[in-house]
Design a protein around this ligand. Structure first.
Ligand code: DC
Length: 218
């Protein structure tokens, strides 16, 4: 088995940034599993698929024409890197991710990312379901308010004006769905190292994560 590092936690907690830093540090491949759910959500919206239409939904999940290439996400050859980051897609991703058949259809595709020399996998259930035997499991957490503030700053930098109260509500609604769904709910693996990032900057989070990896011989 290849060396696997999992980074799980709710949205806006800094998983993506940490996972990228850990990829640079280890030289491992990167799996952004949220981008897979977001791409499926993009396809559902683009093709106007009814969430109750299970055969069509599962068919799209199984045949999802997604390619990750040098940090870009391509759907049927179309560059959707930016499009999958909007709130509409995020809300739909959280809905499709709660459907057990969808998660089952996407499981093997995620496992296939484990290739030499190793993998850093970012998501919600990387350490619990997709890679339960991972060598080092990290779980990041932070209050909904802190995460909303980070999201608002991120959007501001992109020139988008947003309402912080609305963003906080959206985040809490998604957390609620992600934590309480019947399959693969967002919970830390028993052997996960938990980092509360509320009062830490990314360098401090990276240092803690790196120390943990070193303890695990990575
Ligand atoms: O990490 P993200 O915000 O890009 O994830 C988008 C949605 O996909 C989010 O609502 C949770 C869901 N997701 C999931 O259920 N399991 C994963 N491994 C990754 C993401």
């Amino acid at each position: 088995m290849h060396t696997i590092v999992t980074v799980d936690g709710p949205s806006g907690v800094g998983k993506g940034t940490l996972a990228q830093l850990l990829c640079d540090y280890t030289g491992f491949h990167f799996l952004d599993s949220g981008a897979i759910y977001r791409t499926l959500a993009y396809g559902v919206i683009a093709k106007n698929i009814d969430l109750a239409n299970m055969p069509e939904l599962v068919n799209l999940a199984e045949s999802l024409p997604v390619i990750f290439e040098s940090g870009r996400v391509l759907f049927d050859g179309k560059d959707i890197t930016t499009a999958i980051r909007n709130e509409e897609v995020a809300a739909m991703a959280s809905k499709v991710a709660a459907i057990p058949e969808v998660r089952a259809a996407l499981l093997q595709r995620q496992k296939d990312f484990a290739q030499a020399p190793g993998l850093v996998a970012d998501g919600r259930d990387m350490g619990t379901i997709v890679f339960p035997k991972a060598h080092a499991k990290l779980f990041l957490k932070a209050s909904a308010e802190v995460r909303a503030e980070r999201r608002v700053n991120q959007l501001k930098n992109q020139g988008v004006t947003v309402n912080i109260a609305q963003i906080t509500r959206d985040i809490m609604e998604r957390d609620e769905r992600d934590q309480n769904r019947s399959v693969s709910p967002l919970v830390p693996a028993q052997d996960a190292f938990i980092i509360d990032t509320s009062d830490l900057n990314i360098d401090q989070v990276f240092e803690k994560a790196k120390e943990f990896l070193q303890k695990r011989g990575i």
